[in-house]
Design a protein around this ligand. Structure first.
Ligand code: BGC
Length: 372
């Protein structure tokens, strides 16, 4: 009798644990492959309900995000290579990468901090893009499993790509319910500048399934930062009213992309930093994207002051995804939550400076759903 009761109790505990783990989601680690110098690279699979997210320690890339459409069919909604080899052999593709130390552009790769001038090697015409030619996307980060996810750490030495200070950066991905949360933090031992973000290209039809021009976007911004010919902010915070940058009401990405607008022509489509409404440092909606065809919906919330809405204008078929499909122009869109591009050269933009003793904290969430 006692034995039977104990057995029943054990079964009940087992069932309860199984349910708890289902509700909390699951985290699985595997070794995905090795770098050319033999470093083993983990990949983590996070699951919660019908959502599955894969993320690798190589560049802390988001590799895939599988979400159901309105009929329950799952598809991977970000562009990616599917094998470690793809990332190793196609560097600077930034597909799902963590970009750093400085996401987006620094004019001429140059800035002055505390009276000293620093030079980042340029890799985008005359400017530095995404932290220079050897950015955070090309390192194997240290990884540590955490509840519902994984935390990656990368230590960038003093002088790395010309930036001052030893910078310890942490990126934590957690999946709970329908929300993927990214927490960024960083410390330094010398004053420095930084702007770390995730560079996922979304396509709500599914990875490699046509372009994103019929997908709709709403951006919570009354203003944006216009750019010069090299896509460097002029410093102005311009109103979106009466321009193709007005996404305060949902609009198809392709609806006005070919308008005769000087800014759109310069960028070959959308490639602008939007000044988010609301208080930086507090979580608020940055953007909502929907796909009328599949019903998939993506809501992006952030503590950051801006979001770079980029319509994949420079994708030109030279990158081949996991399914053999070449990524053509407008094959994906990015919503990179961030500080404004070239902030170190614009003292009136929100500061990207980090001093010793301070910790930078930033949070962005991607919530997945469906519309009717
Ligand atoms: C930039 C684009 C750039 C792309 C490269 C985006 O963050 O805004 O101008 O071409 O990154 O992947």
């Amino acid at each position: 009798m006692v034995k039977q009761a104990a057995k029943l109790f054990a079964i009940m505990i087992g069932v309860a644990m199984a349910f708890t783990s289902l509700a909390q989601g699951e985290v699985k680690m595997a070794i995905w492959g090795k770098t050319a110098d033999g470093v083993a690279v983990p990949i983590y699979t996070l699951t919660s309900g019908q959502i599955e997210v894969r993320v690798t320690a190589y560049g802390a890339h988001l590799v895939s995000i599988k979400t159901p459409d309105r009929t329950g069919n799952a598809a991977d909604i970000i562009l990616g290579f599917g094998s470690l080899q793809g990332y190793l052999t196609q560097p600077n593709s930034y597909l799902g990468a963590i970009v750093g130390r400085y996401g987006n552009r620094i004019a001429l790769g140059k800035f002055t901090l505390d009276g000293k001038t620093y030079q980042i090697p340029v890799n985008n015409g005359p400017n530095a893009l995404h932290g220079g030619p050897m950015g955070f996307d090309q390192y194997v980060w240290k990884s540590q499993e955490v509840p519902d996810g994984v935390e990656f750490t990368h230590v960038s030495p003093d002088g790395d790509m010309g930036f001052p200070g030893t910078l310890t950066a942490k990126v934590r991905y957690t999946l709970k319910g329908d929300t993927l949360r990214i927490d960024y933090s960083a410390t330094t031992d010398k004053a420095t500048v930084l702007n770390i973000t995730n560079h996922s290209y979304f396509n709500l039809h599914g990875d490699g399934k046509g372009n994103i021009l019929d997908q709709r976007i709403e951006i919570n911004a009354d203003r944006y930062t216009p750019v010069d010919a090299g896509l460097i902010p002029t410093g102005e915070l311009a109103s979106v009213a009466g321009t193709p940058m007005d996404f305060r009401k949902p609009e198809a990405i392709g609806a006005r992309i070919d308008d005769s607008n000087e800014q759109l022509k310069r960028a070959g489509g959308y490639d602008f930093n939007f000044v988010l409404n609301g208080k930086p440092g507090t979580m608020r909606v940055a953007a909502i994207a929907t796909d009328p065809a599949s019903g998939r919906k993506l809501t992006v919330e952030t503590t950051e002051p801006g979001v770079q809405f980029y319509s994949g204008n420079f994708l030109d078929g030279s990158l081949t995804g996991w399914n053999g499909v070449k990524y053509e122009k407008h094959g994906g869109f990015c919503l990179e939550t961030q500080h404004f591009p070239d902030s170190p050269n614009h003292p009136d933009f929100p500061s990207t400076e980090l001093k010793p003793g301070e910790t930078m904290h930033s949070t962005t969430t991607f919530t997945f759903g469906v519309t009717k």
